[in-house]
Design a protein around this ligand. Structure first.
Ligand code: BES
Ligand code: MG
Ligand code: ZN
Length: 492
């Protein structure tokens, strides 16, 4: 699929989509007379008044497309990048499913100061809408409805081309991560995840290495080794490094990469256990974010670490009651083998610092408790550095992604004080997400750190108008902006 920015329409289009604001008299620029008349008519009849409401019209005797779709964008004051992205995702997705190959969008201009943000979001949305999870469909199940071309009609193409291109890079990076997360656990195991990361590294020019079992043993990565020891698929510690800012400090991004989480000996109920193929989403996001930053040639230094392991029960599996070591040196008393994410991240966080990261962000589908607390559209945020986190929360808001800070009071640490080892790997049901965060903090060596619990947001259990069922890529957009904003803040 290609996205082009044009100032007039030519060629055969299946659909021309024109947006309209509530209460405005004007019509998108660059349209032919007939279309302009039709849009005015829709407005006068009160059609497509509300956000995402549509009015479809057939061009009976000639026109720029086979059909015109007028879509509401609601009140100008309520329209933002999140809505722009959602609109592009929803419309492109539904029209593609109707068999559209060539589409054009014309937007009634909002505030011109934010035009570049809006067009970037629209491009992200269009690319996002091309993802479908049916990787292994055969025969008639195969989705052959592929979009070929999307045109953005503007009167200002040169200035907006960059924004659109940026949106495409971000959208494609997000789809790569969704692809990795959606891949099935029989095919997506730690070694495969490492191979995929290496592919990305070669494509966009990142440094890459992955520690295999022998190297993990030699290096003292006792925590991730314990989690992975029940599976014949050995763990990997995967590293991608991007140097875009000389000798400036490195931000470490650490992703939970559990390629399948059965719970281990503390086995999960079978209902929805299949969802646990998504337990490597944090790792998948990490790989996509690294790719995006490299492709954007961002002036940042970043180390991405993916702690990849498979959590299975078996004759060699770790058990409740075990006390295990860690790269950091602290000992972990295992009470529940299903609280494995924090254990692999313990080594991931310590390793990112060993490699030179002086501040850390981790992303993990860490706790069911965060889903109870915040639901399925909000990422949970924990931190040891409030000022940095304020920047994160502001960035998330600007990017149109929901994030909400959770507490990390010293009391939570009391709940994970071990009897036989230093730290318990669970603090019980009370405040489950907070005690998990308190555990992670013990492996950050006191450097600024933000933990994102994405268990509620990494995937959707059903299809949405704006999104296919499965991996979402949510919070990646924010992370890209945040890493860049962090580096910019430092250069001032
Ligand atoms: N991967 C799960 C968390 C999860 C739950 C992710 C739901 C996505 C959706 C994690 O490894 C886990 O099993 N956590 C346990 C921790 C408990 C044993 C302390 C949980 O949340 O139940
Ligand atoms: Mg688990
Ligand atoms: Zn897990």
């Amino acid at each position: 699929m290609r996205i082009r920015v044009e100032n007039k329409l030519a060629g055969e289009l299946d659909y021309l989509v024109v947006t309209r604001f509530t209460g405005s008299e004007s019509v998108a620029v660059g349209l032919d007379e007939k279309t302009t008349e039709l849009v005015k008519k829709v407005k006068s009849l009160g059609g497509a008044e509300k956000f995402l409401e549509t009015e479809t019209i057939l061009y009976t005797d000639g026109g720029p497309a086979k059909r015109l779709v007028v879509v509401g964008t609601g009140k100008p004051a309520d329209f933002d990048v999140a809505k722009a992205r959602q609109l592009a995702q929803t419309l492109t997705r539904s029209l593609r499913k109707k068999g559209a190959k060539k589409l054009a969008f014309a937007f009634e201009s909002a505030d011109s100061a934010t035009a570049s943000d809006l067009y970037q979001a629209l491009a992200e949305g269009v690319v996002h809408s091309t993802f479908e999870p049916g990787f292994y469909y055969t025969g008639e199940n195969k989705d052959e409805k592929v979009l070929e071309e999307v045109i953005f009609l503007t009167n200002n193409d040169a200035a907006l081309k960059d924004s659109v291109e940026r949106g495409v890079v971000i959208g494609e990076g997000i789809n790569l991560s969704r692809y990795l997360a959606n891949e099935t656990p029989n095919n997506m195991y730690p070694e495969r995840l490492a191979q995929e990361a290496e592919k990305v590294a070669n494509e966009v020019g990142l440094e890459f290495h992955a520690l295999d079992k022998a190297q993990l043993e030699e290096g003292g990565f006792k925590a991730i080794l314990a989690v992975g020891q029940g599976s014949i698929n050995d763990p990997r510690m995967i590293v991608l490094k991007y140097n875009g800012a000389g000798d400036a400090p490195y931000t470490g991004i650490v992703g939970k990469g559990i390629t399948f989480d059965s719970g281990g000996i503390s086995i999960k109920p079978s209902e929805h256990m299949d969802h646990m193929k998504f337990d490597m989403s944090g790792g998948a996001w990490t790989i996509g974010i690294m790719r995006i930053l490299a492709q954007l040639k961002a002036k940042v230094n970043v180390i991405g670490v993916v702690a990849a392991a498979e959590n299975l029960p078996g004759g060699k599996a770790y058990r409740p009651g075990d006390v295990i070591g860690s790269l950091e040196g602290k000992t972990i008393e295992v009470l529940n083998t299903d609280a494995e994410g924090r254990i692999v991240l313990a080594d991931g966080l310590a390793y990112a610092r060993q490699l030179g990261a002086t501040r850390l962000v981790d992303m993990a589908t860490l706790t069911g408790a965060i889903v109870v607390a915040l639901g399925n559209s909000v990422t949970g945020v924990f931190t040891s550095d409030q000022a940095w986190t304020d920047l994160f929360l502001k960035t998330a808001q600007n990017a149109g992604e929901r994030a909400w800070q959770m507490p990390l009071f010293p009391e939570y640490k009391d709940q994970i004080k071990g009897t036989t080892g230093d730290l318990l790997n669970t603090g019980g049901r009370a405040g489950g997400s907070c005690t998990a965060a308190a555990f992670l903090k013990e492996f950050t060596g006191g450097v600024p750190w933000i933990h994102l619990d994405i268990a509620g947001t990494a995937y959707t259990e059903g299809e949405k108008a704006h999104q296919a069922k499965g991996p979402s890529g949510q919070i990646m957009r924010t992370m890209v902006d945040f890493v860049i904003a962090t580096a910019e803040g430092e250069n001032k």
